[in-house]
Design a protein around this ligand. Structure first.
Ligand code: IMP
Length: 178
């Protein structure tokens, strides 16, 4: 059968093997830093779902997972306005929290979200992202755990979308004409 998505992909940036290696690296760091601490992984919907599922399976520490949906993007542009679409069910006060993100671009989403979650009194709050796009940064925010770095390109796959499409590509690719 013909892959309906691949015609729009210019090139593969991170293969399935590359992604596995990134998850393994980040998981090893978290396993070491959080041994005996029972963190809550706060997964940002929808783009981080694949990464979070892979990461969860590679963690050997006691941990929990919860989901949050914030909105800041329309098409390929960050609107800079972040609103909570779905909030956590977990009370994170006194908990070790790790925000799980797919990609940090302008950093505006995480900057605002971090401030918001800090007001809920977590014991600690860190950021874990599959990918970092430092060239796009507009806010002072840094991830504590980073799988890989990308340049100034719009990428899709492994959870990342363009207008809700391409999330199911098993690798990360650069869009044609991006
Ligand atoms: P930020 O506030 O600009 O850092 O927005 C980060 C969010 O924008 C990510 O969680 C993604 O959902 C989305 N995003 C940023 N860059 C890309 C990209 O290259 N492809 C797909 N989504 C992206």
């Amino acid at each position: 059968m013909i892959n309906e998505l691949e015609k729009d992909i210019d090139r593969v940036l991170f293969s399935e093997e590359d992604l596995k290696a990134m998850v393994k690296k980040v998981a090893a760091e978290i396993n070491e830093d959080y041994a005996g601490k029972k963190p809550v992984l706060v997964v940002l919907l929808k783009g981080s779902v694949m990464f979070a599922a892979d990461l969860m399976r590679s963690l050997i520490i006691d941990c929990e997972i919860d989901f949050m949906k914030v909105s800041s993007y329309s098409g390929t542009q960050s609107t800079g306005v972040v609103s909570i679409v779905n909030d956590l069910k977990t009370d994170i006060s006194g908990r070790h929290v790790i925000i799980i993100e797919d990609i940090v671009d302008t950093g505006l989403t995480l900057y605002r979200l971090k401030n918001l979650l800090e007001q809920r009194g977590p014991e600690s709050l860190r950021i874990c992202t599959l990918l970092d796009k430092p060239s796009g940064r507009k806010a002072e925010v840094y991830a504590d755990y980073i799988g890989g770095v990308v340049g100034n390109e719009f990428i899709v796959g492994n959870g990342l979308d363009y207008n809700e499409k391409y999330r199911n590509l098993p690798y990360i690719g650069v869009m044609r004409n991006s």
